[in-house]
Write a protein that binds this ligand. Structure first.
Ligand code: COA
Length: 376
């Protein structure tokens, strides 16, 4: 006789929208305010640097001058790719690779070289944190070079992560303004409470897997177009639309067809994403500076239309697309760049998860068949 199955009847919240999955002291969202460790994103974007934000996220306080200098030098030391990593990067099929696949694979491989790979002790984790955060930009910039048949550029130890990223990607020194703007982009993307990739990192950490495993999971989650992948889709959409005149019809059609407009909408922010406001100003300035005003104008029109017709507002991915485009960054590197910054937030979440761990193990409501027998 078939066994009778009593189904688990806990509440279901698809997409976990109404679920608080853990306590956290890293970042928080209140209406349209985003705080990193208690500081508003506007304050940090205007008055801080990415390196200072990294220290803040990992240590729950701002660094003093010496601590900041130490962190900066530790991070930049780790920007130099090892010979083994360069050999792997050159052996992989860089030219046709989806950059997020490439970044995920190279990042995962770093565990094989890491002297602390078997340890999840705090000190070992802090060393891994520096290595991973330092090297992420070098992998992305290295991919940009290798696939074009160019030499890998070594970082300048006297400069910041933002400056060095632009330098290693393009092989020429960025202007102070570009480096500053890119640094602001890194600050804006560094953390965002329990977003999909941070949650993925925490879930992997919760099994007491190591930091490379958790960061690799996070990169995999960031790839999707509903999360980090949206910024690339926004730029492709703008290029496809082409002119301001065509933007209106394109969006009207998208709404009619119930198609998602990338870079618009957010699970948590219903009254606007504060990062998008900062990026909008940067986009306007950069599009004007590079004689590409039409991209900003199209974006602003789409932004207005989506609000008028659907009550939806832009998220961090919407204006960052034109910001990166005007900086001359290849479109398929926009999502990897998200990881160059967000690795700092993932690591803060991984450290916090280890410090208060319980394995994540929710339930699924079974709707499949029951009562079948093999009849043998
Ligand atoms: N374009 C058009 N309609 C959108 C939309 C968008 N970008 N985002 C949400 N909507 C609509 C949905 O169609 C849905 O409408 P309905 O109730 O009539 O079916 C409603 O708004 C709710 O959307 P839903 O997808 O259920 O929201 P969510 O909280 O599950 O998802 C996002 C949030 C961010 C994934 C979603 O807004 C989205 O897919 N945006 C585009 C991708 C993107 O920019 N991602 C980056 C996030 S930082």
């Amino acid at each position: 006789m078939a066994t009778e199955i009593k189904e688990f009847d806990g509440a279901i919240d698809k997409g976990l929208e109404g679920i608080v999955a853990c306590t956290t002291k890293i970042s928080s969202i209140h209406d349209s305010t985003l705080l990193y460790r208690g500081y508003t994103i506007e304050d940090l974007a205007a008055n801080s640097t990415f390196e200072e934000v990294v220290f803040l996220l990992w240590n729950d306080r701002l660094p003093n001058k010496n601590e900041l200098e130490q962190l900066r030098s530790d991070l930049v030391k780790n920007m130099t790719l090892s010979n083994e990593t360069v050999a792997l990067m050159k052996a992989l099929p860089a030219k046709n690779a989806v950059p997020m696949d490439y970044l995920r694979t190279v990042t995962s491989s770093l565990a094989l070289q890491d002297p602390d790979t078997r340890s999840i002790e705090f000190e070992a984790n802090m060393r891994k944190a520096l290595r991973l955060t330092g090297v992420m930009g070098s992998i992305v910039a290295g991919l940009g070079r290798i696939r074009e048949g160019k030499d890998i550029v070594k970082p300048d130890p006297s400069k910041s992560i933002a400056w060095n990223f632009m330098y290693m990607l393009k092989g020429e020194e960025p202007s102070a303004k570009t480096a500053k703007m890119f640094d602001t982009c890194l600050i804006l993307h560094a953390d965002h409470e329990l977003n999909c990739s941070a949650f993925a990192a925490r879930v992997t950490t919760s099994s007491l897997a190591d930091m490379h495993a958790a960061v690799t999971s996070a990169i995999a989650a960031l790839k999707g177009p509903l999360h980090g992948g949206a910024n690339e889709q926004v730029m492709k959409m703008l290029l496809q639309i082409g002119t301001l005149e065509k933007a209106e019809t394109f969006i009207a059609d998208a709404i009619k067809d119930k198609a998602k407009v990338m870079g618009i909408g957010h699970r948590v922010y219903k009254n606007g994403d504060p990062r998008a406001k900062i990026l909008r100003k940067m986009s306007e300035e950069l599009c004007a500076m590079t004689n590409q005003k039409h991209f900003y104008e199209m974006s602003a029109r789409i932004d207005d239309m989506m609000f008028e017709k659907k009550g939806l507002m832009p998220n961090v991915d919407f204006y960052s697309a034109t910001v990166y485009y005007c900086m001359g960054i290849p479109i398929d590197l926009y999502t990897p760049i998200f990881a160059v910054s967000r690795v700092s937030g993932w690591i803060a979440h991984i450290l916090e998860q280890y410090s208060q761990n319980r394995i994540y193990r929710p339930r699924g409501r079974y709707l499949g068949k029951t009562g079948l027998t093999l009849g043998r």
